[in-house]
Every structure is written in C-alpha cells, then in structure tokens.
Design a protein around this ligand. Structure first.
Ligand SMILES: [Zn+2]
Ligand SMILES: [Zn+2]
Length: 303
C-alpha cells in the first residue's frame, strides 16, 4: 500500500466530492492507515518468502494463485489485534445502527482468531471468507450483528497480512511482451485468487499489455488484462461487452457482460481530471456505480 499515492488521490477527489463520498473516503483513509501500519509491523516480524520468480511467472500464466501453495502465515494473536482495531474503527465511524455497534463491540476477536481457519485465510482468502460466512454460527456472534457486517472485519484485516507478500509476488511477474500470450492473463488475482474488484484503462505500456489492469482489494495486487474481455467469465466477444457511464463522469465506467450477466467497474485514466495514483481510492469512488448497476431508473449511456 502506497500512502503517498493514496494521499495524492484523496486530495484530488476530496475537493469536488459530494458529502457521502467524502465520508466514505474519510472512513477508508483511516482503515488503510490501520492496515498499512499493522502490515509493516507484521511483515517485519514474519517476513514472507515468495517462491522463485520462474515459479511465480509459470503460475501466473497457468492461472494458479501463488498463495495457494506458498501461503502467508497468519498468527492468531496478530489477527485478533488487527481485527480489534478495525472493528473499533468500523463501530465508531461507519454510521452503523446503535444495536449493531453494540453487538460488534461484544465480539471477541481473540476467540474468533482461535476458531477461524487462519491457515486457509493465508492460502485462499476468498475461500476463507466464504467458509466463514457459511459456518457463521460457529463464531457465536450476537443476533443483532449481520453476518455481512461481521465479516467485513476479518476480510479487511487480511489486507494487513497479504499486502506486502502480494507486492513481493507481483514484483516477479514480468511485463507481457509475447504476443501469443496476449489473451492468457489470469481472471483471478495471481497472488491470492480473489476475483478482481475494479479495473483501470490507461495508456498501452509494456507492463499492462492491452492498456488495462485489474485490481484486487483483498491483497492489493494489480495485473495486466485485455481491454476487450470480461474480467469475470473471460469472454472476448465484443457483442457481449458494453461500456456504461454516468452522465458527466466519463472517467468511471462499467464494463457490462451479457454473456455472464456481470459487470466490472473501471476507471479511464485519459478521462480522469487527475492521474490515477491509487486503485484503493478509485475503488471507493466507484461504489456509486454498484447502486446504478442495480437501478434501471438511471439513464445509462451505452457506447
Ligand atoms: Zn489478491
Ligand atoms: Zn462475462
């Protein structure tokens, strides 16, 4: 996580943002600070040793996430401490209802970290979150606390453990200069295996092949991806892929896929008033597109 890049992006957005976006950015800014601070301390205490660059490269093109076989070690005491800090921030600053805040305060993250499968969390984070949601009652959470709110805490805590290891992994992925491989970029995060959260379309450079990168909010990885391709199902049929944006905001668009009925939020660097420095910030700014994707009263402009 690059704090300077985050601060630059925050500065660019905060001046013109509506109140809701400002509040959301303020909340996440502090969350990222916690994740970064804890992440640096954890990486120092338990350094992650990535596999050899050739192995990372091979797995990238095979679409096999690195952590699956080279997991990140997650210490239960560390995990409990990070969860405690994130839960306190969530309770205080997320605008949750009072009874949810009270229920959240009753959760023992020390107990959770003993019961939860932290080995799985370090090897396959999306599976960890999915399994924890499925077996939610194991954690004996107060009834007033929705599973979705509860799970935000460990899901966000993971970032503190995965961010620096993911950077080490992604540093081994070489730019794609082989044309034959141009459509082989992985759909899932090459480091942790989570589906992409958002994407960025910028200039075509050696490091991002088609001028597009995908971003994983679980671990922070960014990786090159084809411009005309669905980031969920991988189709390259242009008839099934459409771009939508909100009137007045050309920079943030959705790539809509009628083959798998999903969409991907995407920021267009050339249409953005400021350079794209932080996908963390873009991800938060683009939350409004999710609401629009589910609301057909909005007048979407297809291209
Ligand atoms: Zn990831
Ligand atoms: Zn699709």
């Amino acid at each position: 996580m690059n704090r300077q890049a985050i601060d630059r992006a925050l500065e660019a957005y905060l001046s013109g943002a509506d109140e809701q976006t400002k509040m959301r950015l303020g909340f996440f800014s502090e969350l990222w600070r916690i994740q970064e601070e804890e992440g640096a301390a954890i990486a120092q205490a338990h350094p992650y040793d990535p596999p050899a660059a050739e192995e990372v490269e091979q797995r990238y093109w095979d679409g096999r996430a690195v952590f699956a076989d080279y997991p990140v070690r997650i210490d239960p005491d560390d995990f409990a401490r990070v969860c405690d800090r994130i839960a306190a921030h969530l309770g205080e600053h997320a605008g949750l209802e009072e009874e949810v805040v009270d229920a959240l305060a009753q959760v023992s993250w020390g107990d959770f970290s003993q019961v939860a499968d932290l080995k799985l969390a370090g090897a396959n984070p999306p599976e960890f979150v999915e399994q924890a949601l499925q077996a939610f009652e194991v954690f004996e959470v107060p009834a007033e606390l929705p599973a979705s709110v509860f799970m935000m805490v460990p899901a966000w805590a993971l970032r503190a453990f995965l961010d620096i290891p993911a950077s080490a992994v992604m540093a081994c992925v070489k730019p794609n200069t082989n044309d034959e491989r141009v459509h082989d970029n992985p759909l899932l995060c090459p480091a942790c295996g989570t589906p992409a959260t958002a994407s960025c379309v910028g200039e075509v450079t050696a490091t991002n092949g088609g001028g597009r990168t995908l971003y994983c909010s679980t671990c922070s990885a960014n990786w090159g991806f084809e411009r005309i391709r669905c980031a969920r199902c991988g189709t390259q049929n242009p008839n099934h892929l459409h771009w939508f944006h909100i009137e007045g905001d050309d920079a943030h668009r959705m790539q809509d896929c009628t083959e798998c009925m999903s969409y991907m939020r995407t920021v267009f660097e050339n249409d953005s008033p400021a350079p794209i420095t932080s996908m963390e910030v873009e991800d938060v700014v683009m939350v409004k597109l999710d609401a629009i994707a589910h609301d057909d009263r909005f007048n979407l402009k297809a291209e």
